[in-house]
Design a protein around this ligand. Structure first.
Ligand code: HEC
Length: 149
C-alpha cells in the first residue's frame, strides 16, 4: 500500500516537472512571439507597405520592444531542456553553456531601440530603425536559435 502511494506520488511529481518545463519553454517562446508581433507584425509590415504608416502603432511597437527586450536574460534563466511542442524554432543548449555570452547579446538590441527612439517620423526613417534593430535580434538567433523544421 505504502509502496503504491510512493510510486503514484513519484509519477505525479514526474508529470508535474514535465509540465513545468513545458511552461518555461512556452513562456520563453511567448516573449519572442510578442517581440516579433511588434518588429515584424507592425514595423516590418509598414516598411514593406503591407499596412499603412501609423505613427501611434509604431510608437507603441517601439515602447513594447523597449520594455520586453531587457527581460530576455531573466526569462531564459532556466533551461527547460525541451522545445515547445510542434514549434518551428527551439533554444540551443549552448544558451545555458554560455549564458553570459547569451545575455551579452541583449544590451545591443536595447541600445538599437534607444538609438532609434524618437527618430522615426516616416517610412524612410522607419526602414533604418527596422534594419538596425533586426540585425541585433539576428545576432543572437544565429548562435542560439535552432530551426527545428
Ligand atoms: C539573447 C538572444 C535573443 C535575442 C536578443 C532575441 N532572440 Fe528571438 N529567439 C531567441 C531564441 C533562443 C529563440 C528560440 C526559442 C524560442 O522560440 O523561445 C528565439 C526565437 C524567436 C522567434 C521564433 C518564435 C517561434 O517559435 O516562432 C522569433 C520570431 C524571435 N525570436 C524574434 C525576435 C525578435 C524580433 C528579436 C529582437 C527584437 C529577438 N527575437 C531577439 C533568442 C533571442
Amino acid at each position: 500500500m505504502i509502496r503504491t502511494i510512493v510510486v503514484v506520488g513519484m509519477l505525479l511529481l514526474g508529470a508535474g516537472a514535465v509540465m513545468a518545463q513545458q511552461e518555461i519553454a512556452v513562456k520563453q517562446d511567448n516573449l519572442m512571439r510578442a517581440q516579433a508581433k511588434s518588429l515584424y507584425g507592425v514595423i516590418q509590415k509598414t516598411v514593406k507597405g503591407e499596412i499603412p504608416y501609423d505613427q501611434k502603432a509604431i510608437d507603441n511597437a517601439i515602447a513594447q520592444l523597449e520594455q520586453t527586450v531587457p527581460t530576455i536574460p531573466t526569462v531564459f534563466a532556466t533551461n527547460p531542456k525541451e522545445d515547445v511542442v510542434n514549434s518551428t524554432y527551439g533554444s540551443s543548449q549552448k544558451i545555458w553553456q554560455n549564458k553570459a555570452d547569451f545575455d551579452s547579446k541583449v544590451p545591443p538590441v536595447a541600445k538599437a531601440i534607444a538609438d532609434v527612439k524618437g527618430t522615426i517620423k516616416d517610412g524612410a526613417s522607419l526602414k533604418v530603425a527596422y534594419e538596425s534593430i533586426n540585425s541585433k535580434c539576428t545576432d543572437c538567433h544565429e548562435t542560439y536559435r535552432l530551426k527545428l523544421k
